[in-house]
Write a protein that binds this ligand. Structure first.
Ligand code: 4NP
Length: 154
């Protein structure tokens, strides 16, 4: 099984969307997808209502997800750790124990060569259009990731 972790700051806006979108594309027992936040602000919380709404309008249900904080054992559990921005990257790398841990961590948008700005902007203080833009970015990135993951298991 190949396991993929999506990471943002709060685990209520960006990474739950990335989690739900990738899961909806993979639909296979060969993959396990999860998400986490580097901060503990929203542990146990549902995703932000705007992320739930944008996912729902694209026929994806993320309402059952609950926030959790990234933990050091995630380096052992997951093959790939995708972060949304440089700040998430720095926070995760700070917890890495080995060069193998470090090698697992990538900016999610690095999977898509056509995207120039590699940052998934934090929509928390924005409005629904910011969540729609994030959804679109994550959907493109997850499509590119889906293709490359399927190549690695064939
Ligand atoms: P996320 O967005 O990292 O995409 O889940 C945020 C959610 C909550 C907060 C910051 C960012 N917050 O400060 O509570």
């Amino acid at each position: 099984m190949t396991s993929i972790l999506m990471v943002c700051l709060g685990n209520i806006c960006r990474s739950p969307l990335a989690h739900g979108i990738l899961e909806s594309k993979l639909q296979s027992d060969a993959f396990y997808v999860d998400s986490a936040g580097t901060a503990n602000y929203h542990v146990g919380d549902k995703p932000d209502y705007r992320s739930i709404a944008v996912a729902k309008s694209n026929n994806i249900d993320i309402s059952q997800q609950r926030g959790r904080q990234f933990k050091i054992s995630d380096f052992d559990t997951f093959d790939y750790i995708f972060v949304m921005d440089q700040s998430n990257f720095d926070n995760v790398i700070t917890l890495a124990r080995t060069t193998q841990d470090i090698a697992k961590v990538k900016l999610l948008l690095e999977v898509d060569d056509t995207i120039i700005d590699k940052r998934v902007p934090d929509p928390y203080y924005g409005d629904i259009t910011d969540f729609e833009k994030v959804y679109s970015l994550l959907d493109d990135a997850c499509s590119a990731l889906f293709k490359s993951l399927n190549k690695t298991i064939q």
